[in-house]
Ligand binder design. Structure first.
Ligand code: MRU
Length: 368
């Protein structure tokens, strides 16, 4: 794994020119340090996802697709694989499936990871039986996933912008901005797009314990874009809403079940409950690739459990809890569909009943 200190890349996730490494901005170091990593091995790639060096459901999907492209190129270079060309490249395809399964096991909740890996595997399957054609098909699919994400961000931002007006206060949780996607982001998209068009909003960014994506990434992205952003601790959201400062909540999503139940960063459920109490619309913004129609409800979404050290030690000068104390550290929670005003996808604004509107969005397109 190579480490580049200077800013030499424009994307937060991309492929090195020679196609033999995936390059990412190391999100775990932001905002203090801007460093880029070049990842070449399956282990480095797995580690980058697990340690949230690359994070946010769409960005994880783009990253995983590029990983498959890089691993395909490297696998194809091996001498035994070259000889394999004659037997229909079965060994190459089996290796790609193994790499895919390994990457998919790094984090369980964001469905975009599985979705992107499966797209590359299917592209290879349908390409041909020759290794060279499969390598080319996987790379092409990865580039397609990336460019689709860019236009998805633009469209979601446009739809989201129709839901807010000049001067509105907007509360967001975690980070669903450009770093978590490829362009404007999802939940931050309408705010960034509106700002580009001369509008102004007052954004409240939950810091988002325990990994501080709100403080480190959302506050950083919005401040850089010139948005009026105020950072709050997660437990201050109720007060900010009670004060009448919030007209809408915008959050991202890691997996949306067929009935609209939505997994997103831990703490999102609390925001939705507060919003309902104070009569504030609660919007989920995310691409249809995050909708998992194979998951009937939120009860079927696997929730990632992470290490206690993230609560007790990380970011502190010294441990802040008694040694050995039991911790519960789920990375995500599920917001019941009844608390969600609308789910904004690149296909349109889905309103309740979500089991119908989501199905239409995924299958057919426009639902607005
Ligand atoms: O653990 P993370 O930082 O990957 O969690 C990210 C979130 O929960 C985001 O809100 C979600 O992935 C949407 S990103 C457009």
């Amino acid at each position: 794994m190579k480490n580049t200190r200077e800013v030499i890349h424009t994307d937060n996730v991309c492929m090195r020119e020679d196609g033999k490494a995936v390059v990412i901005i190391d999100q775990s170091l932001l905002p203090g340090r801007t460093e880029y990593l070049e990842l070449e091995t399956p282990e480095e790639m797995y580690d980058a996802i697990y340690k949230l060096r690359v994070r946010g459901a769409p960005a994880i999907g783009i990253f995983a697709a590029y990983c498959m492209a890089v691993l395909a190129a490297r696998e194809g270079e091996q001498d035994d694989r070259k000889a394999d060309e004659s037997d229909g490249a079965g060994g190459f395809f089996a290796a790609m499936k193994r790499y895919g399964a390994y990457l998919k096991s790094s984090r369980p909740t964001a469905v975009n990871l599985t979705w992107a890996v499966d797209r590359t595997i299917n592209a290879a399957r349908t390409a041909d039986t020759g290794i060279e054609r499969m390598i080319a098909a996987i790379k092409e699919e990865a580039l397609k996933i990336h460019s689709e994400d860019m236009s998805m961000c633009q469209t979601i931002s446009e739809y989201g912008l129709t839901l807010i007006k000049e001067g509105d206060g907007i509360l967001t949780h975690c980070n669903a901005g450009p770093l978590a996607t490829s362009r404007y982001g999802t939940a931050l998209g309408p705010i960034l797009l509106g700002t580009e068009r001369g509008m102004s909003f007052k954004v409240f960014a939950d810091e988002t314990r325990p990994l501080l994506q709100g403080a480190r990434l959302t506050a950083y992205e919005l401040q850089k874009a010139g948005v009026d952003v105020t950072l709050i601790c997660d437990d201050m959201a109720a007060t900010v809403m009670k004060n009448g400062w919030v007209q809408a909540c915008f959050v991202g999503c890691d997996r949306v079940a067929a009935n609209g139940d939505t997994a997103n960063k831990i703490g999102t459920l609390g925001v939705a409950i507060l919003a309902r109490y104070y009569g504030i619309p609660f919007y989920v913004l995310g691409p249809t690739s995050t909708v998992d129609l194979g998951c009937p409800s939120g009860n079927d979404i696997p929730i990632e459990l992470r290490a206690p050290e993230e609560i007790k030690e990380k970011f502190y000068k010294e441990p802040m809890a008694p040694e050995g104390v039991r911790c519960y550290n789920p990375a995500f929670d599920v917001t019941d569909n009844s608390l969600i005003t609308a789910i904004i996808t690149e296909k349109g604004i889905c309103r309740p009943p979500f089991d119908e509107s989501l199905k239409v969005a995924v299958a057919e397109g426009q639902t607005k």
